[in-house]
Design a protein around this ligand. Structure first.
Ligand code: AHR
Length: 487
């Protein structure tokens, strides 16, 4: 028997809505085809943005969207993407497939997308191949209410009022594709670049420094020590892979039981990473002013056969849904330090919530998890103590049950995942008072997935529980994710 004990009176803080954020890069068919099809497309769109994709993202209440990369961000020059489209500069996207980037999706298009989605924009600016002036002027172009030549260009391009973009990333993976810098060097560069990213009237910036790759704790230590007081957020990137080497990664659709548990085991490492990076941040910032921004996470497999290796297109199964549920539970449980998380990536790249093919669309099992978890956004985290056993294959062991809880408007939301591939899990949930309980569940065989012809994976009402005073006894099917509302 697994036990979950919820104490709503003990809380580590609020689960910021941005923990449910997304990331969209100029990579493969994420922006082009997946989100932006242009005004003249036969695919229904509003100002070039696919209506079906916008509606699907609004349905899961997308709170924040990071753009334009990723590695692409450090080769992106924002002036190339403004003004009349036919006059925009062309470039080759050397990071992702060497395809032509015609810059038809630029700053104005991104801001229009965020307007339609009703989400906050998070712009990741270029340190690796950009200049301080270029970054400073991008902030000015978007945020300044003044009258300067830069601002007049914005007016000429059809936008009078400043947008007031709050979230700014200063470089991406500066330890790798963003310039191969050492932490000491980047810390100084960060200090210099962020100095000229000005707070214009009405637009106080939230400055995000490039953080560590996985377990590079020294990077966090050096950044916090040398630049901590100049930042609001520090990022962390960690992807979940299976397989012995990068080149021999696992696949999305075909995997053994051992690979299933390998993914779960490696995914659960996110908890250890956050704990350790947060511990270092605590030494320099005990007030927890600086947020840990997990702005790239998710499963990364070999691309689907027959697709461009530079496009990172992969399918998405029920196994990925459980991985996502586990991650979101981890972020909720660390909401005192984690201020934002962005799954990579929104459409058609890596662990997407949406796949498209021409005019067709499929909502992945991961989309359904974001749908089940949306009540956590801006809720107060509730202490949620989990007693469970370990399951797995060989060295790939993991907790059987993952959970997190929050309180909003007098109701508790409890989200649970049964990580077992083939066994149901009985769970006893203790709460101080359980009034009316209702639930939704996403359950299917681990390989189940949605595609353009059929979508067998979808959430359903969940009733397989009994309420007895302060205890709810429930049974979770194998490989499932559930959300309970306890009123
Ligand atoms: O999400 C794909 C790539 O992964 C991003 O461009 C980069 O930041 C990371 O290495």
């Amino acid at each position: 028997m697994n036990r979950v004990t919820i104490n709503p009176d003990r809380s580590i803080g609020t689960i910021h809505r941005n923990l449910y954020g997304h990331f969209s890069e100029h990579l493969g068919r994420c922006i082009y085809g997946g989100i932006f099809v242009g005004e003249d497309s036969p695919i229904p769109n509003v100002n070039g943005m696919r209506t079906d994709v916008v509606e699907a993202l609004k349905a899961i209440r997308i709170p924040v969207l990071r753009w334009p990369g990723g590695c692409f961000a450090d080769e992106y020059h924002w002036q190339d993407g403004i003004g009349p489209r036919e006059k925009r500069t062309r470039m080759v996207n050397t990071n992702w497939g060497h395809v032509v980037e015609d810059n038809s999706f630029g700053t104005h298009e991104f801001m229009e997308l965020c307007r339609q989605l009703g989400c906050a924009p998070y712009i990741n600016a270029n340190v690796g191949s950009g200049t301080v002036r270029e970054m400073a002027e991008w902030v000015e172009y978007l945020n300044s209410p003044g009258d300067s030549t830069v601002v007049r260009r914005r007016w000429a391009n059809g936008r009078k009022e400043p947008w007031g973009v709050q979230y700014w990333g200063v470089g991406n993976e500066s330890w790798g594709c963003g310039g191969n810098m050492r932490p000491e060097y980047y810390a100084d560069e960060y200090r210099r670049f962020q100095t000229y990213c000005r707070d214009y009237p009405g637009s106080k910036l939230y400055r995000i420094a490039c953080g560590a790759n996985t377990d590079d704790y020294r990077w966090t230590e050096v950044l916090m020590d040398r630049a901590g007081r100049f930042m609001d957020g520090l990022s962390l990137h960690y992807y979940t892979l299976t397989g012995p080497t990068w080149e021999e990664k696992g696949r999305a659709l075909t995997f053994s039981k051992s690979e299933y548990y390998e993914l779960m085991h490696r995914g659960a490492y996110m908890d250890e990473l956050i704990t350790n990076h947060a511990r270092i941040m605590d030494r320099f910032d005990p007030q927890k002013r600086v947020g840990l921004i997990v702005d790239e996470w998710g499963a990364w497999y070999l691309v689907e056969e027959g697709t461009n290796p530079g496009f990172l297109y992969q399918q998405n199964t029920m196994r990925d849904a459980v991985l996502a549920a586990m991650h979101l539970n981890i972020f909720n449980r660390h909401c005192d330090r984690v201020a934002m998380a962005n799954i990579a990536q929104t459409v058609n790249v890596l662990q997407s919530v949406i796949l498209t093919e021409g005019e067709k669309i499929a909502l992945t099992p991961t989309w359904h998890v974001f749908d089940l978890y949306k009540a956590h956004q801006d809720a107060k985290a509730a202490d949620c103590f989990v007693e469970t056993d370990r399951i797995g294959e060989g060295k790939w062991q993991v907790d059987r049950v993952s959970a997190s809880a929050s309180v909003k408007d007098g109701a508790i939301t409890l989200t649970l995942a049964n990580l077992s591939m083939d066994e149901a899990a009985d769970v006893a949930v203790r709460v101080p008072n359980s009034g009316k309980v209702s639930g939704r569940i996403l359950a299917a065989e681990a390989h189940a997935h949605n595609d353009f012809d059929a979508s067998p994976v979808a959430s359903a009402d969940y009733t397989d529980f009994a309420v007895n005073g302060g205890e709810i006894s429930l049974s979770l099917p194998p490989c499932s994710v559930a959300a309970l509302t306890i009123a």
